[in-house]
Ligand binder design. Structure first.
Ligand code: BG6
Length: 502
C-alpha cells in the first residue's frame, strides 16, 4: 500500500530459495520491482536451501523462472545481468546454529560495506513445520533484535487449527514484536482486491447504501478449474476450508463488511477487519449441517479431456474424506449487517476459474409500473470481478427503447483491460515492496488469524467427527455438489456468477 517511496538498503534472506515459491512467484515479482525502479539502491538477496547449487546455477535457475512466469515474459539479457548481481546462494541446513552465525556475519559485512543500516528481511519460503525452528534460530543468533529493521515473513498456511495458530503466534511473539511479523495472504496483494477499499471508501456514492437497509445478501465465489496438481499430500491434510476460506475468502469478506477506517494506518485497517471476524455468528453443533456444505470431486471432463477424481490424485489417500469444495452461509452480528447472509463458496476442479463478489440489493419498496412493464425487472446488483477478468459491473433497470413502458436490466461497466493499457502488478510485487518498506497494512495480524480460525473451528470439528458418506459428490468440471445449491435456495436465492463479457 505504498504511496510513492523506494525502500532503503535491504538484505532479503530467503529460506527455501531452491523451491517452487521462489522460482514461480518471488523472483519474477522482485525482478519486476527492479525493472519498475522500486528495488532498493543497495539490495542483496541471499538464497538458502538444502539443495546443492552454485551461485551460477542458482542465478540460471531463477532466470528461467522469470522467463516462464513473469507478467512481462522473457527477461532482456542486459537487464537480467544487471539484476542478477544481487543474487547469491548458499547450501545450508536450517536446523544448524552455524547457518545463522554465518548469515549474521554476512549481513554485517554487507552493512559495513554499504555504510548504512539495512532492513533485514527473513522470508520463510519453507514448509510450515520449519517456521518455529527457523524463527527461534534467527532470534538466538541475535538477528531479530532491531525491531525497526528486522522482519520475518511467513507464508500460509498459518496453523492448522485455532490451537496451532495460537501456539505459532506465541512462539513468534517470543522473538519478534508483532510489527516485525508479516503473515502473507497473497490475495491481499491482488490489484482488484486492494481496489475494494478504494471503491468503498473513496466514493461517497456507495457507502450510504452499504448496509442491511439496502443490501439483501452477498455472495463470494472463488472457483478454480485446476485440481490439486502436485500438492496432494499438503492438500489432503488441509482441504478447501483451511486452504481457501480461513484466509483468502475471510479476507474478502472482511473488506466487504468492515467499517470505514479512520486512516490507512496498518493497525487501524486491520482492527476494522478483526471487528468483522469477531462479529461472525458462531455455529452451534446442530447448525453446521444447516449452514455449511462440503464436497469432493470425482473424475469428470474438463475442456474435452477426462480428468482424475481427487482420490486418484498423486499424494492423496485413496479413501480420503478431505473436502475439495466448501460453501458456508455466514451472518455478521452487528448494526450494519444483522440478518444479511454472506454466502461463500470455493472449490477445485470446478467448471471455470473465476473469483467474483456479488452484492445483491433489495427490491424497490413499491412497484409503480404496470405488471407487464416489470416482467424482466431485477433488483440492483453490484458485481466485483476479481479474476481472471478484472472489473466492476453495476446492474440497474432501464426503460427498454420503444413506445411501451417496459423495463429491463442494463449494466454500467468498469473493465481494467479497457481502462488501463498496462497489466497491473502481480500480488507478490505489491506485498514484497510493502515488506521492504515496513508497511504491514496488507498482512495478517495475529488476532486476525486467530479470529478467522475461531469462526471456522465449529465446522472443522463437526466435519472431522462426522465422515461424509457421499464422497465424491461432484464431477470434475461441474459447479460443486447439489447441496451447495440447496444451501442458498433455502433462502430463496441462487448462486450468481457474472463474468465480464456476459
Ligand atoms: C493458494 C492455495 O493459497 O491459493 C491454492 O493454497 C490455490 O490451493 C491458490 O490454488 C489460488 O490462488 P490464485 O491466486 O490462483 O487465486
Amino acid at each position: 500500500m505504498v504511496s510513492a517511496e523506494k525502500a532503503g538498503p535491504t538484505i532479503l534472506t530467503i529460506f527455501g530459495a531452491g523451491g517452487d515459491l521462489t522460482w514461480r512467484k518471488l523472483m519474477p515479482a522482485i525482478y519486476n520491482l527492479f525493472l519498475d525502479g522500486w528495488a532498493p539502491g543497495h539490495f542483496a538477496i541471499i538464497g538458502l536451501d538444502l539443495k546443492d547449487l552454485s551461485n551460477e546455477e542458482f542465478r540460471k535457475h531463477l532466470h528461467e523462472g522469470v522467463n516462464r512466469f513473469s507478467r512481462r515474459g522473457k527477461a532482456k539479457s542486459e537487464k537480467w545481468k544487471k539484476f542478477e548481481k544481487c543474487l547469491q546462494f548458499e547450501k545450508q541446513d536450517f536446523t544448524s546454529p552455524a547457518t545463522y552465525k554465518g548469515l549474521k556475519k554476512k549481513i554485517e559485512k554487507l552493512e559495513e560495506s554499504w555504510g548504512s543500516p539495512v532492513s533485514r528481511v527473513f522470508y520463510l519460503a519453507t514448509p510450515p513445520a520449519l517456521i518455529e525452528e527457523i524463527a527461534g534460530r534467527i532470534g538466538a543468533a541475535g538477528l531479530a533484535e532491531d525491531k525497526k529493521r528486522s522482519r520475518i515473513v511467513v507464508e500460509k498456511p498459518f496453523g492448522h487449527s485455532l490451537e496451532s495458530a495460537r501456539h505459532l503466534n506465541e512462539k513468534l511473539g517470543e522473538i519478534f514484536d508483532e510489527c516485525q511479523i508479516y503473515r502473507i495472504d497473497h490475495y491481499l496483494g491482488k490489484e482488484t482486491i486492494q481496489n475494494i477499499l478504494a471503491f468503498r471508501f473513496a466514493n461517497a456514492l456507495f457507502e450510504p447504501v452499504w448496509n442491511r437497509n439496502y443490501i439483501d445478501h452477498i455472495q463470494i465465489t472463488v472457483s478454480e478449474s485446476l485440481g490439486v496438481e502436485n500438492r496432494g499430500s499438503y492438500y489432503d491434510d488441509a482441504g478447501a476450508l483451511r486452504d481457501m476460506i480461513q484466509n483468502h475468502i475471510m479476507q474478502l469478506l472482511c473488506l466487504i463488511a468492515m467499517e470505514p477506517p479512520v486512516s490507512f494506518d496498518a493497525n487501524e485497517v486491520r482492527s476494522k477487519k478483526v471487528d468483522v471476524l469477531r462479529a461472525l455468528r458462531k455455529f452451534g453443533r446442530n447448525e453446521v449441517q444447516k449452514y455449511a456444505v462440503r464436497g469432493q470431486y470425482g473424475e469428470g471432463w474438463m475442456k474435452g479431456e477426462k480428468v482424475k477424481g481427487y482420490r486418484q490424485e498423486p499424494g492423496v489417500d485413496e479413501n480420503s474424506n478431505t473436502e475439495t469444495f466448501a460453501a458456508v452461509r455466514f451472518l455478521i452480528d452487528n448494526w450494519r449487517w444483522q440478518d444479511v447472509p454472506f454466502y461463500v463458496r470455493t472449490g477445485k476442479r470446478m467448471h471455470e476459474k473465476i473469483s467474483v463478489i456479488t452484492i445483491q440489493f433489495r427490491p424497490v419498496p413499491h412497484q409503480s409500473f404496470p405488471a407487464e412493464a416489470t416482467e424482466n425487472w431485477q433488483p440492483n446488483r453490484l458485481v466485483l470481478n476479481i479474476q481472471p477478468q478484472k472489473g466492476i459491473r453495476l446492474r440497474f433497470q432501464a426503460k427498454l427503447p420503444g413506445l411501451k413502458m417496459l423495463l429491463g436490466p442494463v449494466d454500467m461497466l468498469f473493465n481494467y483491460s479497457q481502462s488501463y493499457s498496462e497489466p497491473p502488478p502481480e500480488a507478490y510485487e505489491a506485498l514484497l515492496l510493502d515488506i521492504m518498506l515496513g508497511d504491514a497494512t496488507l498482512f495478517m495480524r495475529a488476532d486476525q488469524v486467530e479470529a478467522a480460525w475461531a469462526a471456522l473451528m465449529p465446522i472443522i470439528n463437526f466435519w472431522k467427527a462426522h465422515s461424509p458418506n457421499d464422497f465424491p459428490n461432484y464431477d470434475a468440471g461441474m459447479q460443486g455438489p447439489e447441496e451447495a445449491d440447496a444451501l442458498i435456495a433455502k433462502d430463496g436465492h441462487s448462486w450468481l456468477v457474472l463474468p465480464m463479457e456476459e
